[in-house]
Design a protein around this ligand. Structure first.
Ligand code: ADP
Ligand code: ASP
Ligand code: MG
Length: 401
C-alpha cells in the first residue's frame, strides 16, 4: 500500500514537532506502508522570507522570490530525513526538481504540468521513505517555481495522483474538516465525509484548511484525500465523490474570507463591449475578479461593482486607470468580508437563501452584495460582522446538531 502524507507548517513548526512527525512516519512504515511524505516550511517561515525580500524591494523579482521561498520547504524535508535516519529508517529527502515536478512558467503561482515519477519510484523500490519538499517544482527552462500559498497541499495531491497512491493524508492542527472554522465557532462539528465540490467551494471561499487548487486536482484525478491532525489519532475527514446521503444535508459548511476588497465603478459609459474591455484587462493582469454586479442603466451610464483579493487591489486600481474616459469614478473598500454557505443539498431544497438573508437581517447586518451558484450562497458584508455572521448562520442551519 502506498500512502502520500503531507505535513503542514504547524505540524513541522519546531524541532520537537519534526521529531513528532518522524515518529508518526516511522509508525506508518512499521505497519508496512510505502510512504512519500510531503512537507511544508516551518510555520511562519514563508512569511518571514517574504518580509526579508520586502526589506530590499517593494516589488521583488518573482523569479528570485521562487528561489527564496522554495528554501523553507527544503529545510524541513532534509531535517525530517535526518531525524528518520537517526531512528534507523532509510529515508531520502528530495527537492521539487529531484522529485520530477514540472510546472508552467508562472513564477510564484505555477501550475503543475507533469510529474516524472521515475526517481521517486526507484527510491520506493529500494525500500526508502521518500521525503519531498512541498510547494515547488521547475519550469521547462529548469528554473525553480513555487505553487502559490498553501501549495504543499497541491504537491501532495499531484504526487498521490501521479503515483496512484491509495490515499493522500493531509495533516494539520485540526483533526478534519469542520462545518466552519473551529477557531471562529467552537461549536463547529467535524464532518466524516465531504464531497469534492463542497470542499472546493469552502476552500475557494476562504477555508484555508485545504488549498483550493489541490481539491480541484484531487477531483480531477480521483485522489482520495483524508484531512487529519498530526497531534491526534482521530480518523479525520474523507474528501471524496458525492454520494446520495450527502444531498439530504442542505448546508454542509460555512466559510469566511476576510481577504477580499470591493471595487465600485460609478457612471460607467453604457455601451456594448465596455464590460468585456474592463474584465479582459483585469484578466490579463492575472487579477481574480468575483461577485460582479451591474445595475440597470440610467441616462446612458451604469454602476459596476465587483470583488478582488485584497492583495491584488493595488494592481486592479492601476489597471483601471486606463479607463478614465469611460468611468465616472471609483470607490475601493477593504473593510468587507465574504460569508458563504455551501451544500450540495441546496440543489434540491428551497428557501435556503431566504433563511440566510433573514438570519443576517435579524442581526442587523447589511448585505452589500450577493452571488449564488447551485451549491453556494455568498454575501459581502462589513468586515467587522464576519464572525457574528458565521456564528448566527451556523446556528440558523443547526450545523452543530
Ligand atoms: P497547515 O499549515 O498545516 O497547512 P492550515 O493553517 O493551512 O494548516 O489549515 C488549518 C487551519 O484551517 C485550522 O487551524 C483552522 O483554523 C482552519 N480552518 C478554516 N476553516 C476550516 C474548516 N471548515 N475546518 C477545519 N479547519 C478550518
Ligand atoms: N510554505 C508555503 C506557504 O506558507 C506552502 C505551504 O505551506 O503549503 O504558503
Ligand atoms: Mg495549509
Amino acid at each position: 500500500m502506498l500512502i502520500v502524507q503531507k505535513y503542514g507548517g504547524t505540524s513541522v513548526g519546531s524541532l520537537e514537532r519534526i521529531e513528532n512527525v518522524a515518529r508518526r512516519v516511522a509508525k506508518a512504515r512499521d505497519e508496512g506502508k510505502d510512504l512519500v511524505v510531503v512537507v511544508s516550511a516551518m510555520s511562519g517561515e514563508t512569511n518571514k522570507l517574504i518580509e526579508y525580500a520586502h526589506h530590499f524591494s517593494k516589488n521583488p523579482s518573482r523569479r528570485e522570490m521562487d528561489i527564496l521561498l522554495s528554501s523553507g520547504e527544503r529545510v524541513t524535508a532534509s531535517l525530517l530525513a535526518i531525524a528518520l535516519q537517526e531512528m534507523g529508517y532509510d529515508a531520502i529527502a528530495m527537492t521539487g526538481r529531484q522529485a520530477g515536478i514540472r510546472t508552467d512558467g508562472v513564477h510564484t503561482y505555477a501550475r503543475i504540468e507533469a510529474i516524472d515519477t521515475s526517481a521517486i519510484e526507484k527510491q520506493i523500490d529500494a525500500g526508502r521513505i521518500v521525503i519531498v519538499a512541498g510547494f515547488q517544482g521547475i519550469n521547462e527552462h529548469g528554473e525553480v517555481t513555487t505553487l502559490g500559498r498553501g501549495g504543499s497541499d497541491l504537491s501532495a495531491v499531484a504526487l498521490a495522483g501521479a503515483l496512484k497512491a491509495d490515499a493522500c493524508e493531509i495533516y494539520s492542527d485540526v483533526d478534519g474538516i469542520y462545518t466552519t472554522d473551529p477557531r471562529i465557532e467552537p461549536r463547529a462539528r467535524k464532518l466524516e465525509t465531504i464531497s469534492y465540490d463542497e470542499m472546493l467551494e469552502l476552500s475557494s471561499l476562504g477555508a484555508k484548511v485545504l488549498q483550493n487548487r489541490s481539491v480541484e486536482l484531487a477531483k480531477k484525478m480521483g485522489v482520495k484525500i483524508i484531512a487529519r491532525s498530526s497531534f491526534s489519532d482521530d480518523p479525520g475527514t474523507i474528501i471524496t465523490e458525492e454520494d446520495e446521503g450527502m444531498e439530504a444535508v442542505v448546508v454542509s459548511g460555512i466559510a469566511l474570507d476576510k481577504n477580499q476588497a470591493r471595487v465600485s465603478l460609478r457612471d460607467v459609459v453604457d455601451r456594448p463591449g465596455i464590460a468585456s474591455e474592463i474584465f479582459n484587462k483585469l484578466a490579463r493582469e492575472q487579477i481574480n475578479v468575483d461577485m460582479i454586479i451591474q445595475n440597470a442603466s440610467k441616462d446612458g451610464t451604469t454602476n459596476l461593482g465587483f470583488t478582488v483579493p485584497q492583495s491584488e487591489l493595488e494592481q486592479a486600481k492601476a489597471a483601471l486607470e486606463g479607463f478614465s474616459e469611460d468611468i465616472g469614478g471609483a470607490d475601493y473598500d477593504e473593510q468587507i468580508c465574504k460569508v458563504s454557505i455551501v451544500g450540495v443539498g441546496m440543489k434540491s431544497h428551497s428557501g435556503v437563501a431566504a433563511k440566510a438573508f433573514s438570519t443576517l437581517a435579524a442581526n442587523n447586518i447589511n448585505i452589500e452584495m450577493i452571488s449564488t451558484s447551485e451549491i453556494k450562497i455568498s454575501m459581502v458584508i462589513d468586515e467587522k460582522y464576519g464572525e457574528l455572521a458565521v456564528r448566527s448562520l451556523h446556528e440558523a442551519y443547526q450545523l452543530d446538531k
